[in-house]
Ligand binder design. Sequence first.
Ligand code: ARG
Ligand code: ZN
Length: 848
Amino acid sequence: MRTDTQHPVTRLAAYSPPAWLVERVSLTFSLKAEATRVASEIVFVPNPARADGDHPLELDGEQLTLMAAWIDGQDVTPDITATGLTVQNVPQGGFTWTAEVEINPAANTALEGLYMSNAMYCTQCEAEGFRKITYYPDRPDVMAPFTVRIEGDLPVMLSNGNPTAQGDGWAEWHDPWPKPAYLFALVAGELVSVDDTFTTMSGRKVDLKIYVRPGDEGKCAYAMDALKRSMRWDETEYGREYDLDLFMIVAVDDFNMGAMENKGLNIFNSRYVLATPDTATDLDFERIEAIIAHEYFHNWTGNRITCRDWFQLCLKEGLTVFRDQRFTGDMRSEPVKRIDDVKMLRARQFREDSGPLAHPVRPAEYVEINNFYTATVYEKGAELIRMLWLMVGPQGYRRGTDLYFERHDGQACTIEDWLKVFEDACDIDLSQFALWYAQAGTPRVDVAEAWEDGRYTLTFTQTVPDTPGQTDKKPVPIPMAYGLLDKTGAEVAQGLHVLTQPQESLSFDLAERPVPSLLRGFSAPVTLARDVSAAEQAFLLAHDSDPFNRWEAGRAMMLEALTSDRDNAALGAGLQAVLTDETLDPAFRALTLTLPSEEEIAAHVAGRGQVVDPSAIHDRRAVVEHTIATALGDALPAVYAAMRVDGPYSPDGAAPGQRALRARLLAYLTRLDRQAVEAKAMFDTANNMTETMAALALLVSAGQAQDALAAFETKWATDALVMDKWFTVQAVATPPAQAVATVKTLTQHAAFNWKNPNRFRAVIGAFAVANPAGFHRADGSGYTLLADWLLTLDPVNPQTTARVAGAFETWRRLDRARQALIGPELERIASAPTLSRDMTEIIGRIRA
Ligand code: ARG
Ligand code: ZN
């Protein structure tokens, strides 16, 4: 990793506790778009853990103008640098720091700290944004109660905790729960609220408020309902009750991430709050539900118990993702949710883990922590919790989490603290399990079988691949859920075995040779390598009682069809059987009938050590989809018709699954009909955004979308979130030959404001990650287009730029010709004169 002095490296091994703790902090904001004043009064006390001599006062601060500062009322003149200040010879027994700074929210385009979004003031402080608001020890292991006064000419002025007083032009807030600065939030603007209440399990009434811009009040009902269900679920599943009298959510249009769990005042990207059947798809509703839950669940896993340092990010994120996954599984379908999660894990995390940006779930070093809000920390982090849950069982897991909350409430913790509660509550040794947090790379498990004299033996061999900076890895504990099926599909054995050795075997005495179903439910985030015949895959697709592996068998057959010449007559027959099996959930049938994405196919090809050709993958996928459509025969139009949902739209219950299956079948039908008659019919008659978008995407890929795109644009021109869909569908579904030209045209569109992260991602981000054949066009025009836009956005918003730059992470698996086109683009980016710290690190790692 680069160690230039301009962008220093922070290391886990260099952690030391803070010299000063904060007993309490008061902040007064005088809001002005270009010159906000922030007055602070911070009571510092010495940290007993650092009684190792005299300590100066060192505070973080960036882009602040210090107007004045006092210590215990005496004027001081600190030494100021670009990243903070130091005061020598402070009273070692403790003191009060008072200061006033000036900041410029209107000029803050990075959307970190205090900034403006459509004339509204808002904040994003995680991970290190508070230092752009005032001088402070901006690290999560410094926790304090906050008192906030906001002065300004705005109708709504919010901060964390409970409102304590307000008058004309001012409001005061107090948050009694000690918190790190990254959980601070302030919002002020012309907002209206949608209100509700929730009665907690101990009978306390909590006011719930969702704040939106006037006119958006009608789009909050689903988010509010999801919030109440989340609050109840955390009580029943984890025994966790909400701890303030008020819980607020604010929808903001300019936001780098999905949402933020600020104490009592969650701030959301508006796309994850606002929804009506007309404007949002089934998937949007599901994501809103999941993100509302995720941020709410952080109140205990993140806020009441936080992270000691940013290396421990997975402590709150992996755990909270696991919690929201289970919540969605309970609200909807558990197997469908698991399949969706694994698809996402493979597409995003396995991709990351096998390329230049691979890093452990708990990284050992970083240059810019914002670059580590990754699929590895979040999604692989959640898989680690899930493995632990499988290993100790649901009751052991609950004992462990109960102990975690009891032992660590109010603390800033580490992964070691987390593992220790399970060792104590469940009497297990997790020292080997801890390797999962330290070793990057997706473990591979090779499986061999033997059958002799009534004895069936499975032999597992695990290896963890090398990743940047890491070789010679140790075996990790791998929970292997399995079942053995006899000829009729009946289960003759099943269980969970935790593999701990480089190689180990499992034997069974059986009357006949079984068919194994391994890694059921995807019980560990590994790659399973085993030679399976087409007949066996077809058998599992038809008979496995584990829905995940049933889906997996179909997927494996599809991957074979997509990447080899194997005769796949069995695939068509197997899929037809799934399609017409009315005992199966339509949502599950839709997933099983979905071909692996181009990214999944590319990963599969790369995993076999072959060169990836995105154009060939795209073309082959179209051919196989056509073949399957033909093989489905008459069942295709019949089930398509049967899945029609009549009556008013509902985002819950069975309807989304029926719509998903219908949309999947429409894709097959459209493969067979170049005129896309059914897709046009669905577009014209749809009464909800789910069907509209399903049809529109197919029309765009079929080159039949001119009228539909125009009609859509006319209807939705003034709704930015809906226009994002219009942008994305074209960036993603336009055939490769026209994709670059289309994206260029989209960037000229009046509604394309590239400084807004949602717009930038809707066009540039979507094109670069979700239209692989367009992005990887052999003439390199996709690469130049992306590099140009990254260089444009970087000075304005480094965080969003660096995330989208991840599109280049797979470049080493491509053919030489494409690598020779990407190399110079990466070089051009790297040599930009004022490249951000975020981009310097990401591009440096991608090129390494
Ligand atoms: N803690 C937030 C969440 O997972 C993510 C915020 C990340 N923000 C950032 N600038 N890195 O819900
Ligand atoms: Zn989170």
